[in-house]
Design a protein around this ligand. Structure first.
Ligand code: ADP
Ligand code: MG
Length: 164
């Protein structure tokens, strides 16, 4: 079992969020990854997912899954169908709701899983391959901590990198 790597980034504005989303979109390990997005309301989790989906080639409206809990997308990657699931667990008050809503099926299926508020159902989720923690600074910039499996993601030379 490999250790978790940590990388700190600074996103001064939304353009920096977009830049990182474009970088992540190129990571080959993304195809079946579990990507957890952690941060307060308004931190920029959905903004980031939107930017990533756009970078991957999703066109049309990208809705926040705040109410529907799950928004699904189908793309093609390397000639194969590719399923992407964007979830938001904010409204869960009891982990049993997660089971009842059928999310276990999403997590055992192939595809990219992007999910906001993992802490609401923490014990039920598999270990994330990548956790993106976003904190808003007093000046509105975002301090971002990536925790990732180095066998899945490389993150070579990230713009806005604070420390290694
Ligand atoms: P969350 O999903 O975390 O609740 P949203 O992405 O819905 O947050 O909203 C974040 C808000 O912050 C949006 O108004 C967006 O324009 C803004 N925002 C997102 N990322 C950044 C950033 N890197 N710098 C400045 N503002 C940002
Ligand atoms: Mg959100």
């Amino acid at each position: 079992m490999s250790e978790v790597h940590e990388l700190k980034l600074l996103w001064p504005n939304e353009d920096a969020t977009l830049d990182f989303a474009q970088k992540l979109a190129l990571e080959p390990g993304l195809s079946n990854a579990c990507v957890a997005l952690v941060g307060d309301l308004g931190a920029g989790k959905t903004t980031f997912v939107r930017a990533l989906l756009r970078a991957l080639g999703v066109s049309g409206t990208i809705k926040s899954p705040t109410y529907a809990l799950l928004e699904s997308y189908q793309l093609e990657r390397l000639g194969q169908k590719w399923e992407i699931s964007h979830m938001d667990f904010y409204r869960f008050t009891d982990p049993s709701q997660w089971e009842e809503s059928g999310f276990r099926d999403v997590f055992v299926s192939a595809g990219l899983k992007l999910y906001e508020w993992p802490e609401k159902v923490a014990s039920l989720l598999p270990k994330a391959d990548l956790e993106i923690m976003i904190q808003v600074s007093a000046d509105g910039s975002r301090e971002v901590t990536l925790r990732y499996n180095p066998l899945t993601f490389l993150f070579d030379k990230c713009a806005g990198q604070v420390t290694k």
